[in-house]
Design a protein around this ligand. Sequence first.
Ligand SMILES: [Fe+2]
Length: 273
Amino acid sequence: MPNSSPSALFRDHLADPRRPAVRARISAQLTEQGLVTMDGLERREQVLGLARVLMKVNRHRDSDPDGLTVIRDTGRHQDRPGFAGLSSAELFPHTEGSALPVPPRLMLLALARAADSGGACVLVDGRAVYDDLLAGHPDAVEVLAEDRAGLFGTGSGTFSPVFAHPGGERIQVRLRLDELARFHPRVEPYLPALRAAIDRHRHALPLRAGQAYLLDNYRWLHARTAFGGGRVAYRALGDPQVGLTLPAGFSVGSALAAEPTEAPALVGGGAWR
Ligand SMILES: [Fe+2]
């Protein structure tokens, strides 16, 4: 399988949000690839302005009143289930809002300040994971598509298939693998194969300050390596704005090739559940 460097992932998905007809161009790229990278978003106002062009920005638990969430180590969220994003800890690949009845379709994350060490963004193309599993473990794909395959969140949680079929041959992904993820007993035997497939398709995306990614949260999983120092990122979540249309889910087929990353592999780690 051909490989590409982490910088190639950024370069290959780069779009300039200042150019005309940005919504149409980004809409097309999100439909085809599910991922857009951008540069030149140094200030919070720029991030918020772009987010509002692209999506109906959702306010939520951790966001500021304008809907943006400042992702940083608050020093108060270590070891709190569901709050790892606000610590300096590693985040395993996940869907944002996996415990919500309907997770946001889009996520924009812009790095405002790089960490002193670590803190690389890591992305996993759910289409690549699906194709990989379908080739090697078609029975796993079948079980992961069951309505109650996963149970995500606190308390009674939210049941969801990991691979849902929103219509036709299209697929959408919902997954988390932290302490707030539980799985149907029929799924458990297939979790090692799922984790291994995710590891094979991890792409490190080491952003500089002012660089950002926009992803289809129903296709790409996102993660982060542990970090030291004052890493700060702005994040916006929401559904596509008028003029930016996305079909339900994504088509399966030839996905972005896997690559070795500098991010540590998760297989065999003690933190998976
Ligand atoms: Fe997240």
